[in-house]
Design a protein. Structure first.
Length: 201
């Protein structure tokens, strides 16, 4: 029995599907069919909330692995901690892939994934937590400093718990940005594997 030729309605349905898929990738940073979430740009309330919702949605469908592709210069630590908790509570295996650059708050987010991959040209950076200073009063400065120290302890503990470097290693980089390569990240236990780009023959 021969296959039926696709109708015009079939073509329209396929085009609509592809347009939706492209829109999701270009505007919303996810590919549900491949169970991929792209965390790119700054770590913010918006990007973390979107990622958490997508993790929860994909977890509700089935328990296949979820791929989190990370390329970020860092951002808001508190919203990043919320995303870390969501990753750790997710019953699906979350596979984190570091590519381009993973810096600042991107490091503990990557570290919290169940399996961590770095592309061979990815660069990493860690530094101390930054906080805003409002000069209206010394008391307000003291409060913000105390909050920053508490958050710093939490994120450094995430790195210590999920790498082979101790807490003091991550807290020792207080004043300068600490840049390192994918090979260093593998040595530190921040990633489990480095993958190169394989060109098609």
């Amino acid at each position: 029995m021969s296959e039926q030729e696709p109708t015009e309605q079939d073509d329209i349905a396929i085009i609509s599907y592809l347009e939706t898929k492209f829109k999701n990738l270009s505007q919303h940073n996810y590919d549900l069919d491949q169970r991929r979430i792209y965390l790119t740009g700054g770590i913010s309330e918006k990007s973390c909330l979107r990622t958490i919702k997508l993790l929860n949605y994909l977890e509700s469908i089935d328990h296949k692995p979820i791929h989190l592709i990370i390329n970020t210069g860092g951002g808001d630590a508190e919203h990043g901690l919320a995303l870390i908790d969501a990753i750790r509570m997710c019953t699906c295996e979350v596979i984190g892939t570091a590519t381009g650059g993973v810096k600042s708050m991107g490091l503990p987010i990557l570290a919290s994934c169940d399996f961590r991959i770095a592309t061979n040209n990815c660069m990493f950076m860690w530094h101390s937590i930054s906080y805003g200073i409002h000069p209206s009063s010394i008391a307000e400065h003291d409060v913000e400093l105390r909050q920053a120290k508490l958050i710093s302890k939490l994120v450094n503990q995430v790195l210590a718990n999920n790498t082979n470097k101790p807490f003091n290693f991550w807290t020792s980089h207080k004043y300068l940005d600490f840049d390192f390569t994918a090979e260093d990240a593998l040595e530190f236990g921040l990633v489990d594997e480095i993958r190169g780009v394989v060109k098609k023959q």
